[in-house]
Design a protein around this ligand. Structure first.
Ligand SMILES: Nc1ncnc2c1ncn2[C@@H]1O[C@H](COP(=O)(O)OP(=O)(O)OP(=O)(O)O)[C@@H](O)[C@H]1O
Length: 678
């Protein structure tokens, strides 16, 4: 990435971005199109910013790959990439987004009957396969950033390999970093001596390399390692601001807490800046942020203002933020790691891979020359792993196993994985799905419960609870629909205005319900409906994010439509108007908590005298997240729906009180195994 020959004085001269015709990929257009035409599989290896994501779909569209009414799908590991790249391509083609060019992500479909190129998350395309197993509506599927080895893109590649054995006309394009390219091609290739539609492994696929990048990026390292990369990043931002003219800054940190800390630190430093100097505008970017707020990072800052975006790895690949000249890379990332024994998903802070570091640096040099400061030494860089450890080997596989079974893949152990997951992960997933009632004793999907759980776009525990809600024993479908929709906001219903934490705490307290966070979420939504869904002012007064609340109502409708398709209707008994009153002897609040237990029994914990919680086996200490009603209040047994691990503590979020007896009542098998094991 280092380009020492380049004259970096050009950094000081704002330049217009290169028109697409000048992007490195333009020279390869004909060769690329010929390769795709002639081979079922094409692996593209190119420098960051060479034009893979934005140009290849356009080339294919212009060459007639959508003539028969078929579409081109381009998958991305992240929602922000799918939406922002779709917007860019639509802009380049001068067409409104959602017409020829569209995108589709979970709970948000911006496509129409005339859409020809569809940007999607890899997870969403997997879901589409449930209704269209051969992906017949697509002529080409491009899997972008495949080297990131996201769980869904790995599974998608395996399934595409199967589909290619059945569809001669389908073309698969995989974009990847250099290291993994050969491995991908090898995976798709027929075995020695085997032929697929008359093609042998020699002529089944090709790797196409794209040389060159858009603008140079100068890479610099620390001479000595730092002990605190958040502080080092803040120092570096201030130094850039004081010493380098022009250009926005993108800083890669690992998570929300670090981002908040960094923004607080920068805000303190801004006060000391001379009033005459250029202003500094810090902006956060992380997955949990509502999409509208994520989009702020793409907007032009006000005049005489430098944007500093503090982001997690969600800005690492595919996206282009115009104006970024400086990238600061902490060298760390928070990766999911599932502990199959404890059934806990941890987010661990670990060093990035070289491939990630390259992607991060590549966020500069896209619309003008750039600089990347790695907040670690060159020696440390050399020691990094080449590629990120595949997500499939460190994830809770229950959602994927459920989907594979629903696609008719009965032997999930011997499935053709790109990198097979450890058997402990598959066993754990099967055990959990079995105890949720999604599988029978022969590991087949139960009907209707298991099949419906697979279809709902929610994780299995929540799907189970939602599907149980219609059961007369619980009779709380309306309440659970609301709770499930609110849970998809990932803790983003509340927002502090101008950093006023006290006001935020008061707002939370106003809605708090003694039985826990799920019923509190229900309360919030009910109050929002009552106040009038358009009432932005009311949301503001109550520290609620209006856009997030509107989103929750849209998600609620979509979930209700799924259930409607299953023939499950919201009943009068559990209508919102009943509020949280007692119905049929058992108060509705209790029925909701019982219903949640049917899904989340594996996430049970008990409060200790010091206010912390302990897992059932007593081995792990957990803490209520500050946003939980149990951050201050006492409880005994609880179930939680989310677990977040920070540098020093493991936090649980969205807690509800339960009776210990309910655990054995709703998951007798699970707790029998657990007790047996202890
Ligand atoms: N939103 C945008 N605004 C301005 N220029 C853009 C935008 N999106 C893309 N570009 C230009 O198009 C170039 C190619 O972008 P594209 O995303 O297609 O590259 P890529 O090869 O897929 O890169 P990567 O692998 O890093 O995602 C960028 O370097 C930039 O010059």
């Amino acid at each position: 990435m280092t380009d020492e020959d380049e004259d970096l004085s050009s950094l000081l001269v704002p330049q217009l971005y290169k028109p697409p015709a000048l992007l490195p990929i333009a020279q390869l257009k004909d060769q690329l199109l010929y390769t795709i035409e002639a081979h079922p599989v094409t692996i593209i290896v190119g420098e960051t910013g060479s034009g893979k994501t934005t140009q290849i779909p356009k080339f294919l569209l212009q060459t007639g790959w959508c003539k028969n009414g078929q579409q081109i799908a381009v998958t991305q590991p992240r929602r922000i990439a799918a939406t922002s790249v779709a917007a860019r391509v639509a802009e380049e083609l001068d067409t409104p987004l959602g017409q020829t060019i569209g995108y589709s992500i979970r709970f948000e479909d911006v496509t129409s009957a005339i859409t020809q190129v569809k940007f999607v998350t890899d997870g969403l395309l997997l879901r589409e396969m449930l209704v269209d197993p051969l992906l017949k509506r697509y002529s080409v599927v491009m899997v972008d950033e495949a080297h990131e080895r996201s769980l869904s893109s790995d599974i998608l590649l395996s399934l595409l390999k199967k589909v290619l054995r059945k569809r001669e006309d389908l073309r698969v394009v995989v974009s990847s970093a250099t290291l993994e390219a050969g491995r991908f091609l090898d995976f798709f290739n027929p075995e020695n001596g085997e032929q697929v539609f008359g093609k042998s492994r020699e002529d089944y696929g090709r790797i196409v390399g794209i040389e060159g990048r858009t603008f140079p990026v100068e890479v610099q390292y620390l001479l000595e390692p730092t002990t605190n990369y958040v502080e080092a990043a803040v120092e570096a931002v201030m130094s850039i601001h004081e010493n380098e003219r022009g250009g926005d800054v993108l800083v890669f940190l690992t998570g929300r807490e670090e981002i908040d800390d960094a923004i607080d630190m920068i805000s303190d430093r801004i006060v000391d800046l001379p009033s005459t100097s250029q202003k500094l505008m810090p902006l956060p970017l992380y997955a949990g942020l509502p999409s509208e707020e994520q989009m702020f990072v793409f907007q032009q800052p006000p005049a005489n203002t430098r944007k500093v975006i503090f982001s997690t790895n969600i800005a690492e690949a595919s996206i282009t933020i115009d104006g970024i000249v400086f990238v600061l890379d902490s060298g760390y990332v928070k990766l999911r790691n599932y502990d199959a024994h404890l059934g806990i998903e941890n987010l661990n802070v670990v060093p990035v891979s070289k491939a990630s570091a390259t992607q991060r640096a590549g966020r500069a040099g896209r619309t003008r020359p750039g600089k990347c400061f790695r907040l670690y030494t060159e020696v440390a860089f050399e020691r990094l792993e080449e590629a990120t450890f595949p997500e499939i080997q460190r994830s809770n596989l229950a959602p994927v196993v459920l989907q594979l079974l629903n696609l008719g893949i009965t032997n999930v152990v011997r499935f053709d994985y790109l990198s097979p997951p450890p058997s402990s992960l598959i066993t754990r997933a099967l055990d959990l799905l079995y105890s949720l009632g999604a599988l029978d004793t022969t590991a087949r999907l139960t009907k209707p419960l298991g099949a419906r759980m697979a279809e709902l776009p929610l994780e299995p525990m929540l799907s189970k609870a939602l599907l149980q809600a219609a059961n007369p024993e619980f009779g709380c479908l309306s309440e659970m629909l609301t709770i499930a929709a609110m849970m998809t906001l990932q803790g983003n219903a509340f927002v502090s205005h101008d950093g006023n934490k006290k006001q935020l705490d008061n707002a939370r307290r106003r809605f708090a319900v003694a039985e826990g966070d799920h019923l509190t979420l229900y309360n919030v939504y009910e109050a929002f409906v009552k106040a009038g869904m358009q009432n932005v002012q009311w949301c503001r007064e109550n520290c609620l994010n209006h856009k997030s609340m509107v989103k929750a109502s849209s998600v609620r409708k979509q979930l209700a439509a799924y259930l409607d398709r299953f023939g499950v209707k919201e009943t009068a008994l559990a209508s919102s108007s009943s509020g949280l009153l007692s119905v049929g002897g058992i108060p509705i609040a209790e029925r909701v908590r019982r219903c949640l237990t049917t899904g989340f029994f594996a996430h049970a914990a008990r409060m200790k005298s010091d206010g912390s919680f302990t897992t059932i086996d007593g081995k792990t200490t957990l803490w209520a997240h500050p946003s939980s009603v149990f951050f201050h209040r006492k409880a005994d047994w609880v179930i939680y729906t989310e677990i977040l691990s920070t540098r020093d503590k493991i936090y649980i979020r969205d807690l509800s009180t339960v009776d210990m007896d309910w655990l054995a009542e709703y998951a007798p098998e699970y707790y029998k195994i657990k007790n047996g094991a202890r």
